[in-house]
Structure formats: C-alpha cells, structure tokens
Design a protein around this ligand. Structure first.
Ligand code: SAH
Length: 312
C-alpha cells in the first residue's frame, strides 16, 4: 500500500475544526478498534483481495494501473481552497503520461472506481471523489488488503463501512447531477463516507451515536484536515437542528421509516437518501417539494446496519 498522503491532506486546518467541539483540542484518545466481527451476512465469507488480485482485476477492468485517471482532476487548486471546490469542477482529463509517484493503492483504488462505474454509477464528480479518498486508511490494518473489494467491512461495535458501490450510488442520487451545498450524514462510522462527501459538497455535518466510533472517525480524519467537515456525537434520528436546513441528508443506517425530524430539516427542494426496512431493505429517495410536502421514491434493494435511537 502506498504511504503517500491523501490529496486531501494538503489542506491546512486546525485539528479542532474536524470535530464538533472546538474546545476539546487535539487530545484524541487512540482509536480502540474491536476485534473484527462480521455484522453483514454479505461478508460472512469475505473474499480476500491482495494487491496482486487487485492488480489483476485492474487489468481485467481495462484499467492501466499507472495511466491517467479518467475522473480525478488535479484536485488541489490551492491550499486556501476547499478540495470540494476543485472536485466539483472535476472533468474527464486529457490523456497525460503515467505518474511515476503513483502507488499500489492508487492503482487498486482506480480499479475499484472503474468497477463502480461498470456497476452503473455515472456521476464523474462522485467517481472522482471515490478515487480521491484512500479507503484503506479508514479500515484497520488487518483488513486493509480488502479495502477496495466490493464489500462492506467490519469497523467494530457490530458496525460496517458500506460497499464502495452503495456509497457512490447514494451520493449520485443525492447530488442528482447538481452541486450540494449543506449536507447532513447520519452514521459517521469510521468517517470514510464523510470524507467522500466533503469532496462533493460545500459543507458536511456528520453525526454518530457510538462515542468510540465518533472518536475513531476523528482519528481517521485528523490527518486529512478537511475544512468543510464537522463531526458530531449524538442521536442522528433527531437530526442537527442547529445546522439545518440541509439540501441533502444521507443515512448510513436503516430504519423502518425516515424520522420526521430529518424530513423537517430538509430545505424545500432538498433530497434525502436512506436505506429503509428491516430484513428486506430498499434505498428511498425523499424530496421535499413544499413546506409540508414530501415526495418519496423507492430505489434498489440494499443491506445496512440498523438505525438506532439514543447514544452509547
Ligand atoms: N458511513 C459510515 C458507515 C457506518 S455504518 C462509514 O463510512 O463508515 C452506520 C453507522 O450508523 C454506525 O456507525 C452506527 O453507529 C450509526 N448509527 C446508527 N443509528 C444512528 C443514529 N441514530 N445516529 C447516529 N448514528 C447512527
């Protein structure tokens, strides 16, 4: 795996700005990652991907491991600019020579993005964001060889990081081809999706109900110094009224229905994407069409951990 810093890391930012509480300062507790447990039946017999298999996959996918990315623009515009600004402008690039500094994880991640595109995600801004964020850095080292396979993976506390495809699909639905201004994520988990979101939205707020996962996300995100992301510890079923309204809300955990508080915190015209259901789940897209009017569409099937009330 490449130890090259993520492109996001070039943005200077006081450490406290990654957290919801600026007074707490940089004293993060070291992340305690529980013994990996399989919470998702889809990963009951996880396939083990190695850099070699991923490189083979890359070849199979027609991806040139060291060739130019079709999605990622030269992301860093200037240190004073949010990387979302640069990514929002991301367009397919003209062919450029291979980058000699490209590491193994870059090539594997590119293969993952190519696979997600083949699975049907078309939004190049989302694909560019997926290529930018180093997923393996959000997963405990013992599992990092599997970081780019199409599976959810355990992150401790019986929770999972979502499959790359479903992350991309939900963000594509949320974006709907247009810019996102203020977005709320429910279920920070390890912080991966929040980092991807920060590449495609102007301001991102993410809420997690399990304190140790909130701390883990802070630790994972700390080195990225993402200026437009705020993490909060709390019950996301209540939303985040102090930052509302949001033009996008995304849930990373499935409830039997979408909490009314979240519907109320959508701006008119705003979109909410959530997995809904118990054993059988579907992605639901809810658009606020008026002050007291919402429109709901049921999309594809999915499998998420449950949305739970309260904090632990
Ligand atoms: N987006 C995450 C996925 C985490 S899994 C990532 O990239 O890692 C879903 C997360 O939702 C879990 O961490 C779980 O604790 C959290 N969750 C469930 N119910 C919640 C609630 N009411 N408020 C906030 N987070 C919640």
């Amino acid at each position: 795996m490449s130890d090259k810093p993520d492109k996001c890391s070039t943005f200077p930012l006081p450490l406290s700005s990654v957290t919801g509480d600026a007074r707490k300062g940089p004293a993060f507790a070291p992340a305690r990652v529980a013994t990996p447990r399989v919470a998702n039946p889809q990963v009951a017999t996880p396939r083990v991907a190695t850099p070699q298999t991923a490189t083979r996959n890359a070849a199979r996918n027609g991806v040139q491991p060291n060739g130019p990315s079709p999605y990622v623009a030269r992301v860093v515009a200037s240190p004073s600019k949010s990387h979302s600004d640069a990514l929002l402008r991301a367009q397919p690039l003209p062919v450029t020579p291979p980058r000699p500094d490209m590491g193994v994880s870059d090539a594997i991640r590119r293969a993952m993005v190519a696979r997600v595109a083949r699975q049907g995600v078309k939004d190049t801004v989302v694909l560019g964001a997926l290529e930018t964020v180093q997923r393996h850095r959000f997963i405990e080292p013992a599992l990092s060889a599997q970081a780019y396979i199409d599976a959810s993976l355990p992150i401790g506390h019986n929770q999972t990081i979502s499959r790359p495809y479903i992350v991309a699909r939900m963000l594509e639905v949320l974006r709907n081809g247009g810019p996102l201004n203020r977005v709320l994520e429910i279920g920070t988990g390890c912080g991966y999706q929040a980092a991807v979101l920060s590449c495609i939205a102007k301001d991102v707020y993410s809420v997690e109900r399990i304190r140790q996962l909130h701390e883990l996300a802070k630790t994972n995100l700390r080195h990225l110094r993402i200026v437009n992301l705020r993490l909060h510890y709390g019950d996301g079923m209540l939303g985040l009224p102090q930052a509302a309204p949001f033009d996008g809300i995304i849930l990373a955990a499935a409830g039997l229905e979408v909490p009314q508080a979240l519907l109320d915190q959508l701006s008119v015209g705003g979109r909410l994407v959530a997995p809904v259901g118990a054993q059988v789940q579907h992605l639901q897209l809810i658009t606020r069409t008026g002050k007291a009017e919402w429109m709901s569409e049921t999309l594809e099937g999915c499998h998420f951990v449950p949305l739970r009330p309260g904090t632990v």
